[in-house]
Design a binder for this molecule. Structure first.
Ligand SMILES: C[S@@+](CC[C@H](N)C(=O)[O-])C[C@H]1O[C@@H](n2cnc3c(N)ncnc32)[C@H](O)[C@@H]1O
Length: 205
């Protein structure tokens, strides 16, 4: 069985154009077989985008596991010069679609292949992700816990997770390393905002 996070050249390409509406703006995205959510904006991704605090987001942002690019491209479109966005994925077809989609939607973002953080060399104010749950707990936890090393001192990790994919136990595990706010909770998903513990200590002293 093939997974969206594996580079599988046997999956026949069949590109398709979809329209995504977000905050009164219509985006045009090219999608394809062999990538995550190939027919529409994933509901978890939509929940995460709706939960983001667009008034305050600024600085360097990493869209981890960008897929065909909805998170990074939409944030860049809305926040423009307030943000510099890097977008990474291990799936090369996703990377190529994200590059095409950035051009199609007239935004300038930096998109590159990376297996977890292998090609990431800077620190971010935000790491934002609809993480790949299907990769298994070991890799998922590496993505989420190593994120701390790639965050600036006041940086934040934002993620969405489905209730039936272990949202509650992940919340408890995240608390071992981060302070965690539950930013949004709906029928299907939780959105967590994680920040380094010492930030809180610093504000108290
Ligand atoms: C749940 S999908 C989200 C895709 C996109 N951000 C969206 O919201 O539609 C997770 C993404 O993580 C990518 N991914 C999986 N394992 C990865 C790894 N080891 N390093 C980087 N990206 C990975 C997958 O290829 C996939 O595109």
């Amino acid at each position: 069985m093939s997974h969206y996070f594996i580079n599988d050249n046997n999956i026949k390409s069949k590109e398709n154009i979809i329209k995504v509406c977000f905050k009164d703006k219509e985006y045009t995205f090219t999608v394809d077989n062999g990538v995550f959510s190939k027919n529409k904006l994933d509901l978890g991704t939509k929940t995460l985008l709706e939960a983001l605090d667009f008034n305050n987001i600024k600085g360097n942002i990493l869209d981890f596991g960008c897929g065909w690019g909805p998170i990074g491209i939409i944030i860049k479109n809305i926040k423009d010069k307030d943000v510099d966005i890097d977008m990474i994925d291990v799936n090369l077809r996703s990377i190529n679609l994200a590059i095409k989609n950035a051009k199609q939607n007239n935004v300038i973002v930096n998109i590159f292949e990376s297996n977890i953080y292998s090609n990431v060399s800077k620190k971010y104010d935000y790491i934002i992700t609809n993480p790949p749950i299907r990769v298994g707990k070991k890799i998922l936890y590496k993505i989420l816990f190593d994120a701390e090393k790639y965050l600036n001192p006041n940086g934040e990790l934002w993620l969405v997770i489905s209730k039936n994919q272990g949202a509650k136990s992940l919340y408890n595990d995240l608390l071992t390393n981060y302070n965690v706010d539950i930013v949004c909770k709906n029928k299907e998903f939780y959105v967590y905002r994680c920040f380094k513990r010492w930030q809180l200590i610093n504000t108290l002293v």
